[in-house]
Design a protein around this ligand. Sequence first.
Ligand SMILES: [Zn+2]
Length: 550
Amino acid sequence: MKRLVISALALAVTMAVAAADTSTFNPAHLSADVKTLSSDAFEGRGPATAGETKTLDFLIAQYKAAGLQPGGDLKDGKRGWTQAVPLLRSEIEGTPTFKVTINGKAESWKQGEQIAARAALNGAQSVNIANAPLVFVGYGVKAPERNWDDFKGVDLHGKIAVVLINDPDYETGVGDFGGKAMTYYGRWTYKYEEAARQGAAGILIVHESGPASYGWDTVKNSNTNAMFDVVRAKPGDVHPALEAWIQRDVAVDLFKRAGLDFEAQKKLAQTREFKPVVLNGESFSAHFNVNRKTITSYNVVARVPGSKRPDETVIYSAHWDHLGVGQPDASGDRIYHGAVDNGTGTAAVLELARVFAKGPKPERSVVFLNFTAEEKGLLGSEYYAANPLYPLSKTVGVINMDALDPYGPTRNFTISGSAKLDLLDDLIATAKRWNVTYSADPKPEAGHFFRSDHFSFAKRGVPAISFQSGDDWINGGLAAGKAYEDLYVAKHYHQPSDKWESNWPFTGMAHDLQILYALGNELANSEQWPNWAKDSEFRAARDATATDRK
Ligand SMILES: [Zn+2]
């Protein structure tokens, strides 16, 4: 049935596809936009800085010039170009104190060494946990659709949950959680949320480099500075007072002194029969104050209204923000320019908007979204998805772009992480017309599906993916593509040196944008509602709103 729909679609839109030849997507536009966005004047595009004002002004001017309509917040019955995103900023004041008491003897832990604790996001101005019992709850997973519950009714109020990172079948490679691939149950964000739902005073995630997919430095650096969240009515519903990681050696020692073997307990946690275990004779204390303030940042929203079904929406998106100004690198540069991350995605959304504005009007509306605060935890997209300007139940799909490759064309493409959904099947079929093939994420255990803005939509059931450039270069093959990726990760990713280069051809992006244009344009001219695969954890949320699409 799917195939029939695709071929009917392909016939119906042959003209539109023919209109979008390579010249329609101009590599020179992409290069110029990335150059501007990553220039010193934009100061690394930190949310709520002068760099944000510059970025917003630039994007809005470009959309206006291209003939787009504003698609943002309603004011006096008229839409503006932005959606205000109120953010909570929370920072630990002074030096936090942490203490474990084992058989009556107290030992101190140091922030960044044994433990990495976040500034509280539960709305409290201080964290005061005194001698709370420690309970090991395995992977901290409650998955009714998989008949899995690590908590087994244990009462965690006033207690600290100790949990493992990733999901229960990561180590065995076979099981109900996608084998080696990470399900959302493996992500630390899920573990914090579930601990809050269980009423725990706090959570300590045991860090292990394999299942986490990064080392302790990453944990330390990303948890001990200022924390951000969207402003929530009841922040305690998703954040326990204490959210922290501990080093593996520290955990092994805690288990040992409670008469438990860490590896043996982990083995038990990989089974349904696992039951929570109290770390006997041990307790944990934490004391610190947090400095909280609310800041406002903005998503940018442009729109081409649909000619027949304007209330149905196809979304193209990319985050505009980057890390702003920070610690200098060896050359003394303090501006985190973010040319690839995510000047490229931002430029791609702009260029798609220009082409849609010029082309034939689609039957459904097409919305171009530039999110803020992705680098602070997918917050701009989270805010939009929690406060959608256009109903999520009638949002056909989201095509997100983050950190595209500015080099030449490739024989393949990929997406962030792995997932089973019609939107990906449609993308694969569309790319075939350009002889571009799909390569699955080579490291699904890293959970990349949960680390980009499309996920804010996916978890609410909206079909959503983040497109990623391929690595099999037409000039140079896999060797050249992989060499570029390795160099980018080692030398430029989240470093000041992620800078625009005059020799970047941008011809690969221009080529791929034809495919993404065709995919979105065909969906915008169809009556199709792509869904998730039957066994996807996001299918139920989509099906719950099926009547809206009748
Ligand atoms: Zn990014």
